[in-house]
Design a protein around this ligand. Structure first.
Ligand SMILES: *[C@@H]1O[C@H](CO)[C@@H](O)[C@H](O)[C@H]1NC(C)=O
Ligand SMILES: *[C@@H]1O[C@H](CO)[C@@H](O)[C@H](O)[C@H]1NC(C)=O
Length: 508
């Protein structure tokens, strides 16, 4: 049962994907608090630490500056292939992939699809995005990513087409949904080798001129591939994938509002730009932290930890587990204390706030919350907001018109958060998962500071009721010195998208 507690892990993902199918009515009930009566405002769980944090924030005796950028360790991205680029002269046929999962999982799938097309000398069809059942988003590749840029950046590596030619137009998602078809590869093993593709997919390309692979997520190994293929995967991820112009424009607008808050120039009116320029002249752009917070009910229930909402919350989460997973995710055999000690509890907004305060971020810190839906809503966030009153998110920063462009589109919302996250001075994620991993990898390429919370350490510290603020702070600072985004060399089986060194980065 242990693996069931692995948040963001494959197994959890499978359950999550099934949920709306099995329990459509329950899924919409997130919004209707009457069904579960757990909405007693969650109380701060670490009141003593919190009070000290609030006091010391006012009288910040500056220790080390948490904003200091990472030192340059001499690593640079190496995204271009060592040989002169080599477009295969004859395409072996068309390669189609159907990608499921959320935005960041699809992103990895696109990179792998380019690599597989290269391995097979095939022409890649712009990947098809499955409608995501959890997020209910039907955005296509072209709704999210700039297709022309994608094709252009990769033009010397592989051929890519936006659509299949007339002769193959029968090869659609619908065609494969109804029956077993000879051109669909359904059994690609997880982390398949280049050889597997050559042996199993090349013959299909040869016979039919087309091959469609689904499922395709996580279907290409991270090890034992030629360096050119690894670099090509990184080139896709870090260079060829660019969001559509309206997402980038919205991201840029939010970033500029974070860097030049209207408080400094009073109004967002027509004088805004001129005033902003004045502010820049005077004090330069402000810095900001992006906090990725995945704290939805699903995750809270899955972890089986205590989040301070008392008996009502405990019962509500137990009930949710029962209904959603029908015993497949057992009520904990560990106590809350044991779970915390093992670092298995997602950090609450309050705990992330204490972590940031201990690391030296004061109450003037501008915090951007990258988050979908927080279980417990504003009440759950109130402690964090007390520590960081300058907390913003998409909703608070965007105009009504801007919000309308992305409303209800989970993938576009995630894309905006990704874009803002990539442009932040500091990124921190409260829980491991796809977004966290994608951001860690992408920021590594740019040597940007990315704090990885030490869950096990924090679990233990938060359990210790006799610990004072200064001891807490010292332990937190020490325990995070090497968790700020410094280069970590990839180990076998780890993802090149999370650990781009050494495959896609060179030294010196
Ligand atoms: C792809 O093309 C290269 C030369 O361009 C060739 O050496 C290789 O065998 C081809 N691979 C496949 C699977 O067709
Ligand atoms: C709790 O913290 C205090 C003060 O730092 C320390 O002396 C004590 O050993 C800690 N207790 C546990 C159980 O770790």
């Amino acid at each position: 049962m242990q693996s069931h507690r692995n948040h963001g892990g494959a197994l959890a993902g499978v359950f999550v994907l099934l949920l709306p199918v099995l329990f459509p009515s329950l899924f919409t009930s997130h919004a209707s608090p009457s069904i579960f009566s757990e909405w007693n405002a969650p109380k701060p769980m670490h009141l003593r630490l919190l009070n000290s944090a609030l006091q010391q924030q006012d009288s910040q005796g500056k220790q080390s500056d948490p904003w200091t950028p990472l030192p340059d360790e001499g690593w640079k991205p190496c995204l271009d292939c060592s040989n002169s680029p080599s477009l295969p002269t004859n395409s072996q046929g068309y390669l189609q992939v159907f990608l499921d999962g959320g935005l960041n999982q699809q992103r990895m799938g696109i990179c792998d699809a380019v690599a597989v097309a290269k391995i097979l000398n095939a022409t890649l069809v712009i990947p098809y995005f499955e409608v995501n059942l959890v997020w209910q988003d039907s955005s296509s590749f072209g709704d999210i990513f700039d297709v022309d840029h994608f094709i252009d950046v990769l033009k010397d590596d592989i051929s890519i087409v936006k659509e299949l030619p007339e002769d193959f137009s029968w090869s659609t998602r619908r065609y494969y949904a109804t029956r077993i078809r000879a051109t669909r590869i359904k059994n690609a093993p997880v982390h398949a080798s280049a050889n597997w593709y050559q042996e199993n997919v090349s013959p299909i390309l040869e016979s039919y001129g087309i091959a469609a692979i689904a499922p395709f997520s996580h279907r290409l190994a991270f090890d034992n591939l030629p360096m050119d293929i690894q670099r090509l995967r990184c080139k896709v991820n870090f260079k060829a994938l660019s969001f559509v112009p309206h997402i980038r424009a919205l991201g840029d607008a939010l970033i500029s509002r974070l860097r030049y808050p209207p408080g400094q120039s009073e109004a967002l009116g027509s004088n805004y730009l001129r005033e902003v320029t004045d502010v820049v002249d005077r004090q330069g752009p402000g810095k900001f932290v992006v906090l990725h917070l995945r704290f939805d009910k699903d995750m809270a229930a899955h972890s089986a930890c205590d989040f301070g909402g008392g008996k009502a919350e405990e019962l509500a989460l137990a009930k949710y587990r029962q209904v959603m997973w029908q015993g497949r995710v057992l009520n904990s055999k560990f106590t809350d204390e044991e779970l915390r000690n093992q670092g298995r509890c997602p950090l609450t907004p309050e705990e992330i706030g204490l972590l940031l305060a201990a690391l030296g971020f004061d109450s003037n810190t501008r915090l951007y919350l990258a988050s979908h839906k927080v279980y417990g809503g504003e009440a759950r966030l109130s402690t964090l907001r007390k520590l960081f009153p300058l907390m913003e998110d998409k909703k608070s920063l965007a105009s009504a018109e801007e919000k309308a462009q992305i409303k209800g589109k989970a993938s576009l919302l995630a894309a905006v958060d990704y874009y803002v996250g990539m442009h932040s001075d500091i990124f921190i994620s409260a829980s491991p998962g796809n977004m966290h991993n994608a951001m860690v990898g992408h920021r590594t390429i740019k040597n940007l500071k990315t704090i990885r919370p030490n869950m096990a350490l924090l679990g233990q510290l938060f359990l210790n009721n006799s610990m004072g603020w200064s001891e807490f702070q010292q332990a937190v600072v020490e325990g995070h010195q090497n968790r700020q985004g410094q280069i970590r060399i990839r180990n076998p089986e780890q993802s090149i998208y999370t650990y781009p060194a050494p495959d896609c980065m060179c030294r010196g």
